[in-house]
Design a protein around this ligand. Structure first.
Ligand SMILES: [Zn+2]
Length: 105
């Protein structure tokens, strides 16, 4: 497994975590109108909110270079590449210049 594959796997996991939180919140909204006497939607809001928060924080600060352990997406935001998927196109770590095509250390 290369460094790039490792980073892309982390980005996809964080994105799916946030997306599942968003889907749970929307399911809570839909169920809240159908099952009005029971507060089922609050459970969906709580779990969905936590998943959305964890996914967002992981995307912003949790994707790290395996060599220098520096947060990569945050550094990309600081460098002006705001796009979340830009990390998959980067060739080198902006801090330690590790080649993302090389195998995992
Ligand atoms: Zn690095």
């Amino acid at each position: 497994m290369t460094i790039r594959e490792h980073i892309e796997r982390d980005v996809k996991a964080a994105f799916l975590c946030g997306l599942s939180g968003m889907i749970l919140i929307m399911a809570g909204v839909a169920l809240g109108t159908w099952l009005e006497p029971w507060p089922v939607e609050k459970v969906f809001y709580a779990i969905g909110g936590v998943l959305l928060l964890v996914g967002t924080v992981r995307l912003m600060a949790g994707i790290k270079c395996p060599k220098c352990n520096h947060a990569l997406l945050w550094s990309n935001v600081n460098l002006g590449a705001v796009h979340v998927w830009a990390i998959g196109k980067a060739a080198y770590c902006p801090y330690c210049h590790a080649d993302f095509s090389s195998p995992m250390p």
